[in-house]
Design a protein around this ligand. Structure first.
Ligand code: NAD
Length: 343
């Protein structure tokens, strides 16, 4: 038998990794607390039909580390964590499953606070909440996506100012991939600011709405990488910045909401060499977690927007420092986060 967690690719001195299970509900989950130097670890619960337990472990290690960086760079008083439930979110969900997760969180006594994520919903979190208070982003709290979209918009403004030396979005062309909860709201803001939109999605209704409401030009999901535009805004999938798309993209800026946009870490530097300004994903897409964190900590909702707008200032600092030091924005953003959470 091979013990492999400490040698796992994504293991990064996580404080605690807890395997949780419960026979009656069939719960099989993993909670990873990456770092709590800034406060209790917060990050969503993903439910996924993982190909193997190793895939689930790797995912929770990677995602929880990412939350530490995202929360730190956003200036939130929380650490980074994540949980995964192994199972099919379409067929395996029961109230008992999420109640059992709630009991497991209660045993961690607040070291990790969960929320919804891919494969889970506010309704699932309501079952978690019957067993523990260590859960955020409940049904009545509203959708955090508009705040993620606001963060993307102010992030794009900062990128335009830095890269194109312009204060206005008027007439800029944005190639936007994914008109979902975040992408559509971001597109709406870009349109209102005078940008021209070229959009791609697999959802015909969303495309039609963007065409009629926002005057967007529609292209295929493959052609979105090839269009002539100023900004590429990935708001659907991860890993869309890779050697293949890098050869095709004709933009000067990447500013979008998707998580894990770089297929591999070196792509950050390849973008720099190509003269493309990359707004690191975990900096620009933190609007949603800012909103959820304020709610959980009972901080005034009236202050959320101002905090989200600080994403623009943080990015401006990252861009300037990356230029000065001749390094990729992604590496510099990592260092900004580390300076805050590492002891
Ligand atoms: P969503 O599921 O509402 O929207 C995703 C959209 O992408 C959908 O319209 C879908 O049809 C479209 N899509 C799927 N495959 C596509 C493809 N191949 N080409 C083009 N479009 C495709 O998700 P969301 O909540 O809007 O999140 C979008 C991205 O932002 C995700 O990567 C998510 O992890 C990230 N993110 C979201 C938030 C948030 O607050 N919702 C916060 C941080 C990061």
């Amino acid at each position: 038998m091979t013990a492999f967690i400490f040698n796992e690719l994504n293991f990064d001195n996580h404080e605690q990794v807890v395997f949780v299970s419960e026979a009656k509900s069939g719960l099989k989950g993993i909670i990873a607390v990456h770092n709590t130097n800034l406060g209790p670890a917060m990050g969503g619960c993903r439910m996924w039909n993982y190909a193997s337990e190793a895939h689930a472990i790797n995912d929770v290690l990677r995602l929880s580390r990412g939350m530490t960086y995202k929360n730190a760079v956003a200036g939130l008083p929380i650490g980074g964590g994540k949980s995964v439930i192994i199972g099919n979110p379409k067929t395996d969900k029961t109230p008992a499953l999420f109640e059992a997760l709630g009991e497991a969180l209660e045993r961690l006594a607040g070291r990790y606070i969960t929320a919804e994520d891919v494969g889970t919903s506010p309704a699932d979190m309501a079952y978690v909440a019957t067993k523990t208070g260590y859960v955020a982003g409940l049904g009545d709290s509203g959708d955090p996506s508009p705040f993620t979209a606001l963060g993307c918009f102010v992030g794009a403004q900062a990128a335009v100012k830095h890269q194109l030396k312009r204060d206005s979005m008027e007439g800029l062309v944005v190639a936007l991939q994914g008109l979902g909860h975040v992408g559509y709201d971001y597109a709406r803001r870009l349109h209102a600011a005078g940008a021209k939109l070229i959009v791609a999605d697999i959802d015909e209704a969303a495309l039609e709405r963007a065409r009629t409401e926002l005057g967007a030009e529609i292209v295929s999901t493959s052609a979105i990488y090839d269009v002539q535009a100023d900004i590429y805004a990935p708001c659907a999938l991860g890993a869309t910045l890779n050697p293949d798309t890098l050869d095709r993209l004709k933009v000067k800026i990447v500013a979008g909401a998707a998580n894990n946009q770089l297929a591999t870490a070196d792509v950050g530097d390849l973008l720099r060499q190509k003269g493309v300004l990359y707004a690191p994903d975990f900096v620009i897409n933190a609007g949603g977690i800012i909103k959820v964190c304020y709610e959980y900590l009972n901080k005034p909702q009236a202050d959320v927007e101002a905090h989200v707008r600080e994403i623009g200032d943080t990015l401006a600092e990252v861009f300037t420092r990356a230029d000065r030091e001749g390094r990729s924005t992604s590496v510099v953003a990592d260092e900004v986060a580390e300076a805050r959470f590492k002891r």
